[in-house]
Design a protein around this ligand. Structure first.
Ligand code: 13P
Ligand code: SF4
Length: 336
């Protein structure tokens, strides 16, 4: 059966078919995107993993928490989300009356896909006395089955805010889950999911790189495997990694996360050197193939034609909103 979002998007597609439209090569996409933003009162949000051109034209660039917070407070009529599906879906959950656009509806997430709703529901039933804390990288269906949503920048504080005797299921990222167990001392039941990009790093190659760059700081996202995190000088969300690279006295950094973040790191610290952590093969696998489905051309077309749009059943939306609201409330309490 065709995905409901794809089916819906097709209804609005210009006759020629959205992806087949040829863009006049003489137009300046940057100024056209700026024009569309103003004319249509659009807010353009971009995750740090987007290609540099998209980051440069965005109104706000951030990590998953920052983007959700911006989506929650915007007065724009239309939110254009340059990121992946679960991020745009979160923006829609928070803004049921606004149009939320995603340049390429196929921009999914291997981590979100690793937790299908049916098996997860059964898993939850096997642990009836547990609450469910889910990483925001999951579908609206998983959010609806959760008590609190977290992102990589607030997960530790949120897990700690739960009473010590409360049993917890953490989903879907087993690596972030294991990291949180270590940091908080809480014994959580972990769903066995992972991100294809953050599991690709080669410990052996990172060690060799560290030997060649003895003064470099090794910084990593908590979606990386435990063995990689163990040798990190700093572990944090994309925003955390960026801030650390700005504030540190070090001038060289080996960065274990998706390569898109290097654009902002280099912009913020032009005199520092940023080296992407090597994957365990020769391809550029620490580029997220989902994030990189969005291009400047698709972004322009999506703003011009106002499609593809994120839609969802109101009942599902309401159920998924509750745990997101809890996350935003707790984050505000801690000034996150
Ligand atoms: P943050 O945006 O929380 O750093 O997470 C990174 C990620 O994998 C988003 O898909
Ligand atoms: Fe999903 Fe990993 Fe890509 Fe983030 S980097 S969107 S977690 S597949």
């Amino acid at each position: 059966m065709e995905d409901i979002h794809v089916a819906n998007a097709k209804k609005n597609v210009p006759k020629k078919g959205f992806l087949d439209i040829e863009i006049d090569p003489t137009i300046d996409l940057f100024s056209e995107i700026e024009r569309l933003k103003k004319e249509k009162n659009m807010l353009l949000l971009a995750h740090y993993y987007q290609e540099p051109d998209i980051q440069d034209v965005a109104d706000y660039i951030g990590d998953s928490l920052g983007l959700a917070q911006q989506a929650e407070k915007t007065s724009a009529d239309i939110i254009v989300f340059a990121g992946v599906h679960f991020m745009a879906e979160t923006a829609k959950i928070l803004n049921p009356t606004k149009k939320v656009l995603l340049p390429d509806l196929n921009a999914g997430c291997s981590l979100a896909d690793s937790a299908p709703a049916g098996p997860f529901k059964k898993f939850k039933e096997q642990h009836p006395d547990h609450i469910v804390i889910s990483y925001v990288n999951c579908s609206a269906e998983i959010k609806a089955l959760s008590d609190i949503i977290v992102t990589s920048s607030n997960a530790e504080k949120i897990v700690e805010s739960v009473p010590k005797d409360q049993k917890i299921i953490f989903a879907p990222d087993k690596n972030l889950g294991a990291y949180l167990v270590k940091k908080t001392g809480r014994d959580m039941v972990l769903w066995n999911g992972a991100c294809m990009v953050h599991e690709i790093f080669s410990l052996e190659k990172i060690m060799k790189l560290k030997t060649r760059h003895p003064n470099a700081k090794f910084i990593a996202h908590p979606e990386c495997e435990e063995a990689v995190l163990r040798i990190a000088d700093y572990i944090g969300s994309t925003t955390g990694l960026l801030k650390y690279s700005q504030q540190s006295d070090a001038t060289e950094f080996i960065v274990a996360t998706e390569t898109g973040i290097l654009h902002q790191m280099q912009k913020a610290s032009p005199n520092k050197t940023f080296i992407p952590a090597p994957p365990n093969n020769s391809c550029a696998c620490n580029d997220c193939p989902h994030m990189k489905l969005n291009t400047l051309e698709k972004l322009y077309l999506c703003m011009e034609y106002e499609t593809p749009e994120i839609t969802m059943e109101e009942e599902l939306r309401k159920a998924a909103q509750q745990p997101i609201d809890r996350m935003l409330e707790i984050s505000a309490k801690y000034g996150l």
